[in-house]
Write a protein that binds this ligand. Structure first.
Ligand SMILES: [Zn+2]
Length: 299
């Protein structure tokens, strides 16, 4: 289906409030932003950076992740056009700049900012290292294992299943809508970032995916932090198995290379991971994956 036609149809499905918008700027290098509703007032915003998920309703508004200042302003503008000028709860799935740089832009409109305690520590560390402390809004609320609250007709729960993409990744479940924002625990068929400096663990990441597979169900809609196309950021539960297989294949491949006598430099010089041809290396993360696998297998 043509993209514009699809967006128009998805706008119709949310009834009187046409939330799906698609702007193309005059300059070709500027990206369009897009809002797509998923289920029960829960939708996603995509433009630049990690996917934003939100609940927008008269009884309460929640925003998960903030991309960059310009994108956060676009989101807030879209909300204001529909009467939603305040955010009851802002959440960061993890600290990476493409998920948190818009925090400060949304501070005035937001009552609270919530993240895993490790995510807050990582955000502080990252800002100090990059000398961007003046551009931050840090979480005023943190949690360790599980955090739940009812907001209007929705119930939201944050889960922490241990280190994976970083050591502070939250899974954010809109329970009534049954939509789960997985943050960067899911990269839809592109090589993921494995942030070892922030406590990532490939081996535990596979366990996290198993646990998510069992905690959620086949009707759950999973939101990915990133996808092979701008709008390819929602998947069903079976993709969690595919993502786990990506890592199984990676560890198996690197293990065979180590046994064949290859050095770390030789292994990490590769630009693709054999066996995962359906997956693209959109951000040059082949080396990151190979190095992380090597380091975990040679501890
Ligand atoms: Zn990330």
């Amino acid at each position: 289906m043509h993209r514009r036609q699809f967006l128009r149809l998805s706008a119709l499905t949310v009834g009187a409030i046409p939330l799906a918008r698609h702007y193309t700027f005059a300059q070709p290098w500027q990206q369009a932003w897009n809002i797509r509703m998923l289920r029960r007032n829960v939708g996603i915003f995509t433009e630049k950076g990690g996917t934003i998920a939100f609940l927008l309703s008269k009884e309460g508004t929640i925003v998960v992740d903030t991309q960059f200042p310009e994108q956060a302003a676009h989101l807030l503008g879209a909300f204001k056009e529909r009467g939603g000028s305040s955010i009851d709860l802002l959440i960061n799935t993890h600290h990476h700049a493409d998920h948190t740089s818009g925090n400060l832009t949304l501070k005035e409109a937001s009552k609270h900012l919530l993240a895993h305690s490790n995510s807050k520590l990582n955000q502080e560390k990252q800002a100090k290292a990059r000398n961007t402390e003046n551009a931050q809004w840090y979480p005023d609320q943190t949690f360790s294992d599980k955090w739940c609250q009812d907001i209007g007709k929705e119930s939201i729960c944050l889960h922490y299943f241990g280190p994976a993409h970083t050591n502070g990744d939250s899974l954010v479940h809109f329970e009534k809508a049954n939509v789960v924002h997985m943050g960067d625990l899911l990269f839809n068929r592109i090589y993921p970032n494995v942030d070892k400096a922030s406590g990532a663990s490939i081996q535990n990441w596979m366990l996290v995916l198993d646990r998510a597979y069992n905690v959620f169900n086949k009707k759950s809609i999973f939101v990915c932090g990133h996808g092979h196309e701008a709008d390819a950021v929602t998947v069903d539960r079976e993709f969690l198995r595919e993502m786990k297989f990506f890592f199984e294949n990676l560890l198996d491949f690197v293990n065979r290379q180590i046994k064949a006598g290859k050095t770390r430099d030789e292994i990490t010089a590769l630009t693709e991971i054999p066996g995962m041809e359906a997956w693209k290396d959109k951000n040059g993360f082949a080396r990151v994956n190979l190095a992380a696998a090597y380091d975990e297998l040679t501890v």
